[in-house]
Structures are given as structure tokens and as C-alpha cells.
Design a protein around this ligand. Structure first.
Ligand code: F6R
Length: 608
């Protein structure tokens, strides 16, 4: 999980950057680096591994000057070595970057066509070259950065410095958080308030799409269109906690908004963006040609991630999948195939039933793999293979970013399996990895439904029961939507396959039972829309969650509509998780419940 720090200070920057990087260590990283500016020159030092390696390198490589940027890198594109470590430079420019630049391939080709030579396998280096190209064309730094930022698609947080400009630093935020620290004749950039905590408790939380130009005495913030915007300075209390809420009212909302970053990290672990291939991270090995089926076993939200994965594995790898609720699994004395892979999906890695199911499978000679967020957990340690989700610490009891990270790992795994089993061609793999790369950027767009979800929540919070319906991969998303709503708002909710409506649940429909239909544009859209009409014909009030096209198809029926970004059906379950999370969150806020600590629930369920 990458960390960013930038300092325009009044005393030597490098030791202070190192101090800030130490505070970012909790996020996890596998290389680090610093670039500083002094007397018209730029200096840079980087090292793989822990910060002590960087510190040792700093003894021989001098990094003088009062201005600089630093980074802790969790490898995504490219191996965790010194060459791929940030800051990246091109000519006069040095940058540090978190997230994924979705269109970096075309931007890189454009830069290469103009004679730029790339030194790394990273998407990040592209940003430095783009700024340098604009400077070469005679643009002043401000214009060069503005033009570059406008070209970047995806999810990113970035800090930029330029040789010869020792009182100037740029930052940009799209998807990945970035804050400005306001000091006494000093300014800072940080990936969170914790990074700048040694220097100041006054911070400006950049909003989505904003970027900034800083000097030691001035702060200018701009929106997506390059227009200057107002900002507020917050005083941060309690930044001693590694996981603070930042500008958010609840951890859950913060974690919902962290999803561009958490999905980018997770996808980065599985997808090689340069080759457009998918592979298992950390030299893990699973021979998908040797498995005749897959069991996916988990509890709650993690189980629903497994239910989505069933669709992916069967479609893209032609591998039969059985999904099981962990608490049921071992007691039903399942007839297990010895040639099966058993996958355990778990955020905490400590869930008692999931752990018991893992041990049961091992006793029965199955190969086991854990899709797990806590790499040191019992389930991670006891499984044959660890398939990490890099969601970062999840504090809110209702799982959000861990769920979408699980989906990202499982989607990548289905592509890996499909390729290994000869079901997917190289072209299919390229297409599907391209879609995976788009997730962080599309989630950033999906988060824009926030205000609409907040307004709808006022009506929805009055309901006693809510039904969620979806087809295909949207069926498990409907179940997850219902679970999210019931656990934090205490409103009774159920998720059904939309086609099941007529087989029972339709009896519940009346004007007091809202129905949430989750229907992206895919081959099942029209069928789901007909189910919606069946609901409307019985005076049920429908909330349709769809894209622009779906809204046109279902135009006259829904009482309310939430528009999500259009996307390939492959990644739709990941993007459509966002509106259902925001909806549940705002209904709970409307009802005044304890969102982060809902009654009777625990974050980690270590008893049966
Ligand atoms: C719901 C939720 C739970 C967990 C379940 C499994 O929002 O978080 O349903 O998904 O308790 O927990 P883990 O993933 O830690 O095994």
C-alpha cells in the first residue's frame, strides 16, 4: 500500500521525509525512495526492501535541499526492485504516485514516439515523461502539470517536483487520497494526515478530481476543469492513530471511498499491466489444469464474493464451482473430489467456521488457497497458497473495501485459471486484464452516486422490508446489498435472483416494500427490466440501479434510479457494489444507527 510525502520546508528535507515514510510503514511496502531539490539540481536515492535499506543508501547518496518528495511502494506494475521504486524521473521532473494510470500504455506510446526513453516497467514513470514533454515544449511548470493531469485516466494520487523550482510542488488526487499539510512557512503533501503529522496538524483534504500548486507561502487548489476552487483547513485530532477517519464521519464511508486505491493495489498484485497478463502474486503456484472443480467456502460478505466468483470461474475457465457457507460445509459431510481446489475467502483470516472448513479440506487431501486480507492470519498461514487482497486495514464492521478487493483477486484468479486451462486466448486475457485495470477509475465514477444515494436514503429509511433483485453476477450483489442494509440500518432485507420473484417473493410486494433492482447493461438486462415491470404492476416501488443505457430501457417504471458507470459485464459486480454500499450507509445514517459498530456484530467472528 503505497505512501506519499512531499515537503517544501525551511530545513533539510530528506531526514524529515524519511521520518514521514516511517509513519507510512504501517501501510506495508517493499521499496522506498526520496528525491530532493537543491541549488538548481535534483538528487535521488531509492532502495528495495525496508526503510533501513534506504537509510543506509542515504549515507553514500546525498540528498541535500529543503524541498523533496518521498514514497513507500507496494509493487503493482513491475518487480519491487530499486529501478521500479519511486520517485521516477524524466529530465527535470520527479514524481511519486499511488494508484493505476489506466491509459498509461497509450500515453507511454505517445511519449516514446516523441523520443522519451522509459527506464522502468511502471505506469507511474509515464507521468514524469508527460510533464517533461510539456516543459520541453516551452510551457511553464503550472501549464505543463495541468496539461498532463488532464490526460491521465484511472485512479491516482501524485506529487510532482521540478528541477530548478525549489519553491514549487504539485499534487493531484483522483481516486487515491491526497492531503495538503499547512505549516509555518512550509507546505506538505501526504497520502494521509498521518504522513504529515510530525510537521503539522493543519490539513486540507483534496476533493475528488482536485489538484494543487504549492509554494512555501501559497496554496492554490484547482478542480478537474482547471478552475481555482476554495478549500478549508481542518485541524486533525488524534492522528496518532494509524487508521484515522480523515474527513469522513464514519470508517465505513472512508473505506467505501478508499476503494479506487484498494482495488488498484489488489489488481496490481495480479495483473502485469505492461504485458496485459494475469499471474499469481508472490511466486505462489496453483496448477489449474490439475483441478476438476473448485470449492469456494466463506461466511457472510466473503461468501457472496465467492458466489460472484462462481460465475467467473465457470464462464472464463470452464471449471465447475461449488460455493459453501463455511458453517454448513463440514457438517453436511460433503462428497469431496480429491482433485479439487478449495478456496477460502476471508477478510480477517480468523473466522472460526472458515478455519474449520480449511482444516477439514486439508484432512481430506485437497489443495487449499486463501483469498485473505490479513497475511499473518491463521487461515493465511495454514493454506497451501495465499492469494492476497490488499484492501488495507478495514475498521468498519460492515465489510466494503475488503469485499471489492476479494472480487478483484477472484476475478484475476478466474482469468489465470481460464488461460491455464486453454479456455481463454491471449486476446481474451488482454481484454479481461484491460477491464480489470479500469476498475479503480470506474469506481471513482461510481462514487459520484453518493449524493443521489443520500437523497434516496430518506425514503428508503422508512421501509420495514426491502427486496434486492438481480440476475447473473448481480444476484450475489443483491444478496450483499440486502446484507449491508440489514446489518447497519436494521431494516429487514433479502436478496433474490430476479427470476425467482414469481416463485414466492412477489407475494411480499406492495406499495410499502421497496425493491432494489440491480441491472447493468448485459445480456440479462431486458429480462431484469421485465421483472421490474412485474413489481411496478403490483404497486411496488422500484429503485433501479443501472447505467445510462439501462435507464433508457427501463425508463417509465422505476420510482427512483441510480446511474452507475457503464462497463464490461465482467467487472460490473465490482462497480455495482459501490451504489449498494452507499445506499446502505446513508439509510443507516438517516436512521441514526451506530454505523461502524452495529449492534450484536463483531469484526472478526472467532467462535462457531
Ligand atoms: C458483513 C461482514 C461479514 C463478514 C463475515 C466473514 O459486512 O463483514 O459478513 O464478511 O463475518 O468475515 P471474514 O471475511 O473476516 O472471514
Amino acid at each position: 500500500m503505497c505512501g506519499i510525502i512531499g515537503i517544501l520546508g525551511t530545513k533539510p528535507a530528506a531526514p524529515r521525509i524519511l521520518e514521514a515514510l516511517r509513519r507510512l510503514e504501517y501501510r506495508g511496502y517493499d521499496s522506498a525512495g526520496i528525491a530532493t531539490l537543491d541549488s538548481g539540481e535534483m538528487f535521488r536515492v531509492r532502495a528495495p526492501g525496508k526503510l533501513k535499506n534506504l537509510e543506509a543508501a542515504m549515507e553514500s547518496v546525498k540528498t541535500p535541499g529543503n524541498a523533496g518528495i518521498g514514497h513507500t511502494r507496494w509493487a503493482t506494475h513491475g518487480a519491487p526492485n530499486e529501478n521500479n521504486a519511486h520517485p521516477h524521473t524524466a529530465g527535470r521532473v520527479a514524481i511519486v504516485h499511488n494508484g493505476i494510470i489506466e491509459n498509461f500504455r497509450e500515453l507511454r506510446e505517445e511519449a516514446e514516439a516523441k523520443g522519451c526513453e522509459f527506464k522502468t516497467q511502471t505506469d507511474s514513470e509515464t507521468i514524469a515523461h508527460l510533464v517533461e514533454i510539456e516543459l520541453d515544449a516551452g510551457k511553464p511548470p503550472f501549464e505543463a502539470v495541468k496539461t498532463t493531469i488532464a490526460k491521465l485516466r484511472g485512479a491516482f494520487g501524485v506529487a510532482i517536483i521540478i528541477k530548478g523550482e525549489e519553491d514549487l510542488m504539485f499534487g493531484a488526487r483522483k481516486g487515491s487520497p491526497l492531503i495538503i499539510g499547512v505549516g509555518n512557512e512550509e507546505t506538505y503533501l501526504g497520502s494521509d494526515a498521518f504522513a504529515v503529522a510530525p510537521f503539522t496538524d493543519k490539513v486540507i483534504y483534496l476533493k475528488e478530481g482536485e489538484w494543487c500548486a504549492l509554494t512555501r507561502h501559497s496554496i492554490n487548489v484547482f478542480n478537474d476543469d482547471g478552475e481555482q476552487v476554495a478549500y478549508t483547513i481542518d485541524t486533525v485530532l488524534g492522528v496518532a492513530d494509524v487508521v484515522d477517519k480523515g474527513p469522513y464521519r464514519h470508517y465505513m464511508l472512508k473505506e467505501i471511498f478508499e476503494q479506487p486505491e484498494s482495488t488498484a493495489r489488489t489488481i496490481g498484485a495480479y495483473v502485469n499491466a505492461v504485458d496485459q497478463t494475469a499471474q499469481l502474486p508472490n511466486e505462489q503456484e496453483l496448477d489449474f489444469t490439475s483441478f476438476d472443480r473448485v470449492y469456494i467456502i466463506a461466511c457472510g460478505t466473503a461468501y457472496y464474493a465467492g458466489c460472484v466468483a462462481k460465475y467467473w470461474f465457470e464462464k472464463y475457465a470452464k471449471l465447475p464451482v461449488e460455493t459453501d457457507i463455511a458453517s454448513e460445509f463440514r457438517y453436511r459431510e460433503p462428497a469431496l473430489s480429491k482433485n479439487a481446489l478449495a478456496i477460502f475467502v476471508t477478510q480477517s483470516g480468523e473466522t472460526a467456521d472458515t478455519l474449520a472448513a480449511l482444516r477439514y479440506c486439508q484432512e481430506n487431501g485437497l489443495t487449499t488457497a486463501a483469498v485473505v486480507n490479513v497475511p499473518t492470519s491463521t487461515i493465511a498461514r495454514e493454506s497451501d497458497a495465499i492469494l492476497p487482497t490488499l484492501a488495507g486495514a478495514e475498521v468498519g464492521v460492515a465489510s466494503t473495501k475488503a469485499f471489492t478487493a476479494q472480487l478483484c483477486s477472484l476475478a484475476s484468479l478466474a482469468v489465470i485459471a481460464g488461460r491455464a486451462r486453454g479456455v481463454l486466448t491471449e486476446k481474451d486475457e488482454t481484454h479481461l486484464t484491460e477491464q480489470l485495470m479500469q476498475i479503480p477509475g470506474r469506481i471513482t465514477e461510481a462514487l459520484k452516486v453518493e449524493n443521489a444515494a443520500k437523497e434516496l436514503a430518506v425514503d428508503l429509511s422508512k421501509a420495514r422490508d426491502v427486496l434486492y433483485l438481480g440476475r447473473g453476477t448481480m444476484f450475489p450483489i443483491a444478496m450483499e446489498g440486502a446484507l449491508k442494509l440489514k446489518e447497519i440500518s436494521y431494516i429487514h432485507a433479502e436478496g433474490y435472483a430476479a427470476g425467482e420473484l414469481k416463485h414466492g417473493p412477489i407475494a411480499l410486494i406492495d406499495e410499502n416494500t421497496p425493491v432494489v433492482m440491480i441491472a447493468p447493461t448485459d445480456p440479462l438486462l431486458e429480462k431484469t427490466i421485465s421483472n421490474m415491470q412485474e413489481v411496478a404492476a403490483r404497486h411496488g416501488k422500484v429503485l433501479l440501479i443501472t447505467d445510462e443505457n439501462g435507464a433508457k430501457v427501463g425508463a417509465d417504471t422505476p420510482a427512483w434510479t441510480l446511474i452507475a458507470p457503464s462497463c464490461d459485464p465482467f467487472i460490473a459486480p465490482i462497480l455495482y457494489s459501490v451504489p449498494i454500499q452507499l445506499l446502505a450507509y446513508y439509510v443507516a445514517v438517516e436512521k441514526g444507527t451506530d454505523v461502524d459498530q452495529p449492534r450484536n456484530l463483531a469484526k472478526s467472528v472467532t467462535v462457531e
